[in-house]
Design a protein around this ligand. Structure first.
Ligand SMILES: [Ca+2]
Length: 203
């Protein structure tokens, strides 16, 4: 019955699609550049064992933490997370979150549309929450690469930590393609279900 209701009413709406966006105990679910590690000491919410990803860039370099997610083209998404730039390991680095859309599953194929980024972290020594504007997944995209990025403009040691990352939006469900007969059958079942629910409510 619940499956029929989902078909009649439509799929569920926005949810955080990331695996382990809070970095509970490890970087499980994430790919990270070699200058990024798990840090158990600096969780944004103080939750024990839920550290952030920590990037320490020691040269004119880029650190990146990524996760690829299946998405639905044409659907709307927002992304972001929390970031703290170290006040002590400070060499003028910058940090933000971004998305890149891909035509193939698991971020294969080619990049589709433009990459988008949140604004960059502007202060150091305090956690900041960064969130994107509403993004529409481009036509032809089936997956998206979510990134946390940390760059340093020159040779020096700079530290950033990332936590509570999110990609909010509808999951990439496989929508069955119905022929005319199938559509009429589903419409009939939905109508019958509606009448049945109405009668139950009245009686
Ligand atoms: Ca955490």
């Amino acid at each position: 019955m619940s499956a029929i209701l989902v078909l009649c009413v439509g799929p569920a709406t926005a949810q955080n699609l990331l695996t382990n966006g809070t970095f509970d105990g490890s970087l499980t679910g994430w790919a990270a550049s070699s200058n990024t590690t798990y840090d158990s000491t600096l969780d944004n919410t103080g939750a024990s064992g839920s550290g952030p990803a920590q990037s320490v860039v020691t040269a004119n370099d880029l650190a990146v933490v990524t996760q690829c997610i299946a998405i639905r083209p044409g659907a709307q998404y927002t992304f972001g997370g929390d970031v703290i730039l170290s006040a002590t390991l400070n060499y003028g680095g910058a940090a933000d979150f971004g998305v890149k859309w891909y035509s193939g599953v698991n971020c294969g194929g080619s990049q589709v549309g433009s990459a988008s980024y949140t604004s960059g972290a502007t202060t150091r020594g305090a956690w900041l929450s960064l969130s994107s504007s509403l993004q529409t997944a481009p036509t032809g995209a089936v997956s998206v690469l979510l990134l946390a990025e940390h760059t340093v403009p020159a040779t020096g040691t700079d530290q950033a930590n990332f936590d509570n990352m999110f990609l909010d939006g509808p999951a990439a469900t496989t929508i069955p393609v119905l022929g005319r007969v199938g559509f009429l059958a589903l419409a009939t079942v939905c109508a019958a279900l509606g009448i049945w629910l109405l009668r139950r409510r009245v009686s």
